[in-house]
Design a protein around this ligand. Structure first.
Ligand SMILES: Nc1nc2c(ncn2[C@@H]2O[C@H](COP(=O)(O)OP(=O)(O)OP(=O)(O)O)[C@@H](O)[C@H]2O)c(=O)[nH]1
Ligand SMILES: [Mg+2]
Ligand SMILES: [Zn+2]
Ligand SMILES: [Zn+2]
Length: 364
């Protein structure tokens, strides 16, 4: 039988260091099969360097299909900070053949005043709007929040459970924490699924055996379309992805004024209810700033920072009071105390959508 890397699921091979799954021949004989990791995983874990780059969309889709066919339940992991980008219809279609648990991860990044019960209810409503019926568990793989409930859910069902989701939402991190809890297994696995800040780390699906017939499987991230962070170099992408804190900025924005993340996205106010405010949320490597429409070109087409965007698209959108305008793979803007008619300037191909606000008052 082909041996697999415990970290990323790749088939192990000793021929080509430039391909996934390469392992120096002498390592094969040295270590227990359950503890083998490829050279790429070794370098990601120890040097935080991914020299081969992210999984291809075709390989990831095929592995997802195989994983779903094997499973009897699917845990769809979604990043709470990029929730809508985590639910592409093609992915939902692939996993819809199985009972679904939505694992809403990265709860630690939300403000303390936003409770888990409130988030779970919000997520259930949002999923229903998108046509998805599922149970929801709000968790943080980083600090363990919600894992007692998740473990209980698993123990009650003894499932063959596949962790699926778009790239970088924390599938491997969630699984790794569950494996650390053992779920009845006497001995912990010495090697866990590889976690990294770059999307596309896990390259094939791989199974983990626990006691009582429970089997968990990691899978490569589904590669979504329209996520701004995927259009930039890894360093610029990391600036956009919230990892330790979520940044928020509140501005009274009036017609003729704009809010923007330099070189990445701009919204210009066309009309607004007097007294209305905009709150911009994003990762802490970048920041929503206020400016005047006069400076639009400077912060879009003429932006001279790293990864300048060549093609910009213009959109007109009305954001009702207490709703979020989400820019996939970047962050969101929330309207408070009134409604906004905005003109948005986004890199071509970036998806955006509207939803009831995640943080703050829930009634429109
Ligand atoms: N703040 C925070 N970061 C998290 C959490 N879970 C995962 N991350 C981070 O998110 C990034 C991606 O985690 P992974 O577990 O590698 O994600 P994945 O879904 O397996 O990604 P792929 O294998 O690339 O599809 C890493 O930088 C993790 O440290 C969490 O609960 N909170
Ligand atoms: Mg992974
Ligand atoms: Zn590997
Ligand atoms: Zn860049």
């Amino acid at each position: 039988m082909t041996k697999r890397c415990r970290g990323c699921g790749a088939n192990l091979q000793t021929e080509n260091p430039g391909e996934y799954g390469y392992i120096p021949p002498k390592r094969l004989g040295e270590t227990d099969d359950d503890d083998l990791v490829c050279q790429r995983c070794f370098r990601i874990i120890h040097y935080n360097k991914d020299e081969l780059g992210p999984v291809l969309a075709t390989a990831s889709s095929q592995a997802l299909e195989e994983g779903v066919a094997w499973s009897d339940h699917v845990a769809l992991v979604v990043d709470l900070l990029d929730f809508d980008a985590g639910l592409p219809s093609a992915l939902l279609e692939s996993v819809s053949a199985r009972p679904l648990l939505v694992v809403a991860n990265k709860q630690d990044l939300l403000p303390k005043k936003t409770t888990a019960a409130e988030v779970a209810l919000w997520a259930k409503n949002r999923l229903r709007q998108l046509g998805v019926e599922a149970e929801v568990q709000v968790v943080s793989a980083l600090n363990g929040f919600g894992f007692a409930g998740l473990a209980q859910w698993i123990e009650a069902r003894q499932p063959k459970l596949l962790f699926a989701g778009v790239t970088n939402v924390g599938k491997s991190h969630v699984l790794s924490r569950l494996l650390g809890m053992r779920l009845g297994r006497k001995q912990q696995y010495a090697v866990k699924p590889t976690v990294s800040a770059y999307p596309g780390t896990t390259v094939s699906w791989s199974r983990w055996w626990l006691s009582g017939g429970i089997e968990l499987a990691d899978s490569p991230g589904f590669v979504p379309e329209g996520r701004l962070s995927d259009m930039l170099c890894p360093a610029c992408a990391r600036e956009l992805i919230p990892s330790r804190t979520l940044s928020s900025k509140l501005y009274p924005i009036a017609p003729g004024q704009m809010m923007h993340i330099p070189g990445r996205a701009t919204v210009v106010c066309q009309e607004s209810t007097p007294g209305a405010l905009l709150i911009g949320y994003c990762g802490s490597g970048v920041s929503w700033e206020k400016s005047s429409e006069r400076h639009l070109a400077k912060w879009t087409r003429e932006f001279d920072g790293h990864c300048p965007i060549q093609n910009w698209e213009e959109h007109t959108v009305t954001v009702p009071r207490n709703c979020d305008l989400i820019i996939h793979g970047l962050g969101w803007i929330s309207a408070r105390k009134g409604e906004y008619k905005l003109k948005g300037y986004l890199p071509a191909g970036t998806k955006f959508s509207l939803r009831p606000c995640l943080i703050g008052p829930k009634q429109q």
